[in-house]
Design a protein around this ligand. Structure first.
Ligand SMILES: NC(=O)c1ccc[n+]([C@@H]2O[C@H](COP(=O)([O-])OP(=O)(O)OC[C@H]3O[C@@H](n4cnc5c(N)ncnc54)[C@H](OP(=O)(O)O)[C@@H]3O)[C@@H](O)[C@H]2O)c1
Length: 247
């Protein structure tokens, strides 16, 4: 898909990886829908950056773990831009808690923010994309979903996060099959360690970085570049692209 002039909705895009993805798409000429949940300072900073860049954008505060809020977000996009060409389901949270200390509430929250949100926004967007016979959906998973190979798995406390991101992978593959006949491609990016506030919650971070073959933490824009590739290449669907410094 040609990114120039397209409309891209990126959830959780005022900070971190979502911000990196949004800025890369803007560099390639996309109009942006920025979304966040509560951090007003990060939202203002993102607005300032986009205004300075001269990007055509709107910013919508909505908790995408809630189905009706996700619907309100999608409606606002359609009211403002009329179309949605690209959906990036990026919003997510991470917390490491040993399983014997993991409460139902924490499990529920992680699954809702990381997995339900992907269903919620996608479910509102897909009928619109089917009607137009085109669209690209990219879900942000995690290398920790590849539990057999990922180095981060010896560390405890990942059950809820891994379950949510494994769900995202399965969702991606099944939906890609179902939507291909309608001209809609669905892929995921599975980042390794990326420099954002989220990794402050990663236990033994210094040890983890030593396990990255390329020897450093990744940058949000490097995930943005992977998203740009997946948007542009019209023959890639049902893939989970790992971007992890060689892990
Ligand atoms: N960083 C890594 O190393 C890494 C590795 C693998 C995968 N990932 C995945 O990459 C994605 C982004 O992570 P990140 O590191 O960029 O996180 P981050 O720096 O904590 O940023 C998270 C962003 O998501 C928004 N958000 C969180 N919950 C939301 C909700 N319910 N509704 C709407 N927006 C919400 C936040 O908004 P507020 O500012 O308002 O809270 C913020 O804009 C996540 O899915 C994460 O699991 C990250």
């Amino acid at each position: 898909m040609n990114i120039e002039g397209s409309v891209a909705l990126v959830t959780g895009s005022t900070r971190g990886i979502g911000r990196g993805i949004a800025l890369k798409l803007a560099e390639h000429g996309a109009k942006l829908v920025i979304n966040y949940r509560s951090n007003e300072d990060a939202a203002k900073l993102m607005e300032k950056t986009l205004s300075e860049m001269g990007v055509d954008y709107i910013i919508v505060k909505a908790d995408v773990s809630n189905f009706l809020e996700a619907g309100r977000l999608v409606n606002e996009v359609l009211e403002n831009f009329g179309v949605i060409d690209i959906l990036v389901n990026n919003a997510g949270i991470f917390k490491a808690t040993r399983f014997d200390e993991l409460t139902w509430e924490e499990w529920d929250k992680i699954i809702k923010v990381n997995l339900y949100s992907v269903f919620n926004v996608t479910r509102w967007v897909v009928p619109h994309m089917i009607k137009r016979g085109k669209g690209v959906i990219i879900n942000i998973s995690s290398i920790s979903s590849s539990i057999r190979s990922s180095k981060c798995m010896p560390y405890p406390g990942r059950v809820a996060y891994v379950a949510s991101k494994s769900g995202v992978n399965g969702f991606t593959l099944a939906l890609a099959r179902e939507l291909a006949p309608y001209g809609i491609r669905v892929n995921a990016v599975a980042p390794g360690l990326i420099a954002t506030e989220l990794i402050k919650n990663v236990p033994s971070l210094e040890e983890r970085v030593k396990e990255v073959p390329i020897g450093r933490i990744g940058k949000p824009e490097e995930i943005g570049e992977a998203v740009v590739f997946l948007v542009k290449n019209d023959y890639v669907s049902g893939e989970i692209l790992v971007v992890s410094g060689g892990e």
